[in-house]
Design a protein around this ligand. Structure first.
Ligand SMILES: NC(=O)c1ccc[n+]([C@@H]2O[C@H](COP(=O)([O-])OP(=O)(O)OC[C@H]3O[C@@H](n4cnc5c(N)ncnc54)[C@H](O)[C@@H]3O)[C@@H](O)[C@H]2O)c1
Length: 267
């Protein structure tokens, strides 16, 4: 999708961090933007700031974990702009803790947002992208935790491996329709991910570590979201599938791949 000008981008988790940077990046390319997020106050501020910068944008409050809520957000986007071309399934949360200490509600929350949120985005918007026939692009935000297992982030890792797998399947499924797919696998980015519990539904209890101090320290000095968004936009225009903005992670991915390959030779 080389020219984003006049296209419509729908960004989940668009009120903060990587999602907000993506929204700003697409707006900078002349795209219209739909910010879809659960956090009302942050969503309103992001919408106002983007409008003030001259962007054509709407904010839609929605819960990606809820299929009906995502379907309503998609309707609202089509109502406002007529079409959607770029779908960024980006909303995510990262409860931490050793797997044996996690609760069923930790899984329900994180799988609901990180995995089912991506599934719902695809279900409600890909048919509408196919319908207009102008082509499009789906960007799924996974993580380097979708390529490498990270200690104390077992639920997160499970969902991000799943997002990489879904993206690999989707790429083949959407190619005939002229719809591209990218999967983003960043390492640490300076966002509010360590405070994800701010949006945890009360009926799903509390996270094992709130806030996650280790992650807070890692994120404080990490890559700016703008840098990730610039890389993503280059990737969307160029049709990159894997978007891997942190080359220092290569050695870990290589070690994992080598271990798997070597295991094929064991009897
Ligand atoms: N920050 C990092 O180091 C990092 C690294 C790799 C991948 N990621 C991924 O990037 C994505 C964006 O996270 P971020 O780091 O910008 O964090 P963030 O907390 O700054 O932004 C996440 C956004 O998702 C929204 N959100 C949460 N639950 C939602 C729900 N149920 N429905 C709709 N919106 C919801 C939040 O309100 C927030 O605006 C996530 O998928 C995360 O896993 C982040």
């Amino acid at each position: 999708m080389e020219d984003l000008s006049g296209k419509v981008a729908f960004v989940t988790g668009g009120a903060s961090g990587i999602g907000l940077a993506l929204a700003e990046g697409f707006a900078g390319e002349g795209a219209k933007v739909v910010l879809a997020d659960i956090e009302a106050g942050a969503l309103k501020k992001a919408e106002d700031d983007l409008l003030a910068s001259g962007a054509d944008v709407i904010g839609v409050q929605c819960d990606v974990a809820d299929h009906g809520s995502m379907a309503a957000a998609a309707d609202r986007a089509i109502e406002a702009f007529g079409k959607v071309h770029v779908l960024c399934n980006n909303a995510g949360v990262a409860p931490a803790g050793p797997i044996d200490e996690t609760s069923p509600d930790d899984w329900k929350w994180c799988v609901g947002v990180n995995l089912m949120g991506v599934v719902h985005g695809i279900q409600v918007l890909v048919p509408r992208i196919k319908e207009h026939g102008e082509g499009g692009h789906v960007v799924n935000t996974a993580s380097v935790a979708g390529l490498l297992a990270l200690p104390t982030l077992g639920i997160y890792t499970a969902t991000k491996y799943a997002v990489v797998g879904i993206s690999e399947t989707l790429r083949g499924e959407l190619a005939p329709a002229g719809i591209g797919v990218s999967v983003i696998c960043p390492s640490f980015v300076k966002t509010r991910l360590h405070e994800g519990h701010r949006n945890r539904p009360p009926e799903l209890g509390s996270s094992p570590e709130e806030p996650n101090e280790f992650m807070a320290q890692m994120l404080a000095t990490a890559t700016e979201p703008r840098v990730i968004a610039e890389r993503v936009i280059r990737g969307v225009k160029r049709g990159d599938f894997y978007i891997l903005p942190h080359p220092d992670m290569k050695v870990g991915v290589e070690a994992r791949a080598n271990e798997i390959l070597a295991a094929f030779d064991l009897e």
